[in-house]
Design a binder for this molecule. Structure first.
Ligand code: SF4
Ligand code: SF4
Length: 280
């Protein structure tokens, strides 16, 4: 496990790397083999073999730190909806940082706009908020309330995506992120269907499941996730839930906090302040 975590914490998924990875993957017979077999139960039986191969490969190429304590932290994020202005800088920064395809519909994070006209709530997210939001003109005089809600992987403590992955490619790290190991993923899309928050997509370049990693490669380098660093209003706060006196726990103590779809018992580690029941 440590080797796998170390490998993923050092992988910067820039576009060029993705293209290279895609080529490497194209020549990987293991995935072709699994796809040909085509049944989840056979894939489950093969998973332990895949794990041994991947760990061995990682051990060969990395200076694995013997004593890194991956369970020392529990990463999470708070989002202060009252501060979000829907500028989309976070969406742009995320795409740049993580080599997310520029085309619409591929997002690791995106912004939704909620507009209330009397009893009617209208939600839109043109190009995921990448270009910001055009002002409402036609119904402006009827607008009661509007706010922006940034979305991303909720880093669920009980994550449906992890539960359904037939080959162990999607897994939760001891420090609270949920990651996809591209060396394992067979592109079956089970996790994409299982995520109740719609945060996953099949990357058209790599052919594997993709989603927010909390910028795992950055946070293990002492940096903030790209979306947090580029938010001009401080609407996103990244931190360590195990640091009781840290800024994240302080924020959680001082604000009324909601998580998305709490009835599903996924126990998200992305916390929202300033949302109400309209947000789903
Ligand atoms: S939000 Fe979706 S992708 Fe993220 S951990 Fe939860 S189920 Fe998995
Ligand atoms: S950068 Fe900050 S303010 Fe702008 S849309 Fe993203 S979260 Fe909202």
């Amino acid at each position: 496990m440590n080797d796998r975590l170390y490998k993923l914490s050092r992988t910067s998924p820039e576009s060029t790397d993705l293209a290279q990875t895609a080529q490497e993957m194209a020549s990987t017979t293991r995935r072709d083999f699994l796809k040909t077999l085509g049944t989840a139960c056979v894939a489950i039986a093969i998973a332990p073999v895949a794990e041994k191969l991947s760990v061995a490969e990682a051990a060969k190429t990395e200076n694995t730190p013997a004593e890194r304590d991956w369970s020392k932290h529990k990463w999470g994020m708070a989002i202060d909806v009252e501060k979000c202005i829907g500028c989309g800088h976070c969406v742009v920064a995320c795409k740049e940082e993580n080599g997310v395809p520029k085309e619409p519909f591929y997002f690791r994070t995106w912004i939704e706009r909620y507009q209330q006209f009397g009893d009617e709530t209208v939600v839109d997210s043109p190009n995921g908020g990448y270009d910001g939001f055009p002002p409402e003109t036609e119904r402006a005089e009827r607008l009661d309330k509007a706010f922006f809600v940034p979305k991303l992987c909720n880093a669920c403590e009980h994550s449906p995506c992890v539960q359904v992955c037939p080959v162990g490619a999607t897994f939760e790290t001891p420090d609270g992120a949920v990651l996809v190991d591209p060396d394992y993923c067979i592109g079956c899309r089970y996790c994409i269907q299982a995520c109740p928050y719609g945060t996953r997509f099949l990357n058209p370049i790599t052919g594997v499941a993709d989603k927010c990693t909390l910028c795992y490669h950055r946070i293990h380098n002492g940096q903030q996730p790209a979306c947090v660093e580029n938010c001009p209003t401080g609407a996103r706060l990244f931190g360590d839930l195990k640091d009781q006196d840290g800024p994240l726990n302080q924020f959680l103590r001082e604000h009324k906090i909601h998580v998305l779809k709490p009835h599903l018992n996924t126990y998200p580690k992305v916390f929202y302040s300033g949302i109400d029941k309209e947000v789903r």
